[in-house]
Design a protein around this ligand. Sequence first.
Ligand SMILES: C[S@@+](CC[C@H](N)C(=O)[O-])C[C@H]1O[C@@H](n2cnc3c(N)ncnc32)[C@H](O)[C@@H]1O
Length: 516
Amino acid sequence: MPPLVVILRTERGVRVENVEKILSNRINNVGEEQYLVRWRTQTKTQRPPLSWHGLSELSRCLELVQDYLEVKLYSSSCRKRKSPDDDDNHDAERISPAERRLKRESRASSTVSSSSNSSLSPSLHHMPHNEFPEIKIYNGVFDEINGYIVARCASTPDMDHVNIHDVPTAQMLAIARRSSTRQAEELIRAEIIRRLRLLSGPKVHLINTYDSSSPCLRFQFITEYVLREGVIKLDPATTVGCQKCSPHMGRDIGCEYTKKCDCLEYAAVDENRLTAEEKELYKYIKKHGGDTTGLPKKFPYYAEGTKRAKTGCLVPFYLKSRNPIYECNDNCKCGRDCRNKNVQFGRRMELEIFKTKSRGWGLRCRKDLREGEFVDTYRGEVITDKEATRREESGGKSKASYLYSLDKFAETEGIPQEEIYVVDGEFMGGPTKFMNHSCEPNCRQYTVSYNKHDAKIYDIAFFACRDIPAMEELTFDYLDKDEEDEDGDEQSESQPGEDAVPCLCGAKKCRKWLWT
Ligand SMILES: C[S@@+](CC[C@H](N)C(=O)[O-])C[C@H]1O[C@@H](n2cnc3c(N)ncnc32)[C@H](O)[C@@H]1O
């Protein structure tokens, strides 16, 4: 009986959850890129189904093709992140010596295009595509259900069986090295660009002048937080707005008449504007605690007319301090044009996600930014502290770089550690996910609250902390220090831990390690 191998037609698809891994690549006789799929099986087997597929069938598995390409082509220039459900041990068990060799060889090679690899044996190097030896993989019985290809392990004794430890074979590796993966790279890039186009607001571009890689496909662009299990945000209807203000109050610009604005109740007191009597009162409040309602507050943003070019930029008081910014909200009486509304309207500039020389992807802006100008917020899944610990422990050291604790008010509001929420931007987020660290950054992160009664959920917003020329990389300090810590801002003497990541920011005052 002949082997039960169904010839696969191109219009059918392979579901990502049915694929364990992509093992190799080749070009078929008509110049089509094909990828060798190892199918997922219920139980571990020496002979899981294996089959070759063109990219049209793999359009739902592009992240797995990208994983394969990262190991094959880019592992020396781009750190691979793992998906949360990546079963490492299972994988380690199944990794074949040939795969290990492929990983090692691809790391050693800095060449991106496999066709320019000079380490190939001369005979294969000069072999035209249609003379590649056919590699038959007959481990699976294939079927089609609702337009999807499905595979199961073959049980027929006369089927050619291949042991997973023998795949990819040395011959496959040699062919893979010289086979172009350009079609897959272009498809992956097109998918990222498609997702970026769906983002609301000004365009976000993708630029790579170093290699042909794209940002990880296991990432969803979002513009709002995604709240996960156990995270409770106060209903927006319960958000208290300022009731004594109006659109034409004070200086005809709304809540800048800060003594009245309820939203600014908890904002920093403007000590320069206190009367002698108020000064006494404020001294008392600082010592014993109490209500600062009715005292003038620091307004966060430049108003129109004061410094025209700076309209809407953060004023130096906030820029240089770590005071939270309290913006007005939809329940306020001040109206939409209130100057105390800024971050809530979102990003207003085009950005570029670009490939850096040594730090993966980075972010930059196409126009000059002024000191104090709002760039964008940090977005992600909002998770509980317990879930963050679980994710951190399962994700390894790279995980820490995407977790952001919403602990600004924890001390003042007495929120215990286990009740603090954490933003995880690894798998969902905005373009700011790509902002790299610098020990001498040009941006800084600020707390922005729209509901002064919700101390657990607020925005993290990036503002330019100095004028930034167009196309300069946007960076911030991953160690979000408070003012007190910054006073002795000498270079850290602390010894880096075992997992420390060398800092490549290139600043004169570089502290040498991330998070030190
Ligand atoms: C939030 S991500 C930034 C975006 C990242 N470059 C990417 O390609 O996805 C943080 C990671 O970027 C890298 N990174 C950021 N700043 C760096 C720096 N100054 N030196 C070395 N690596 C840096 C580190 O791998 C870090 O874990």
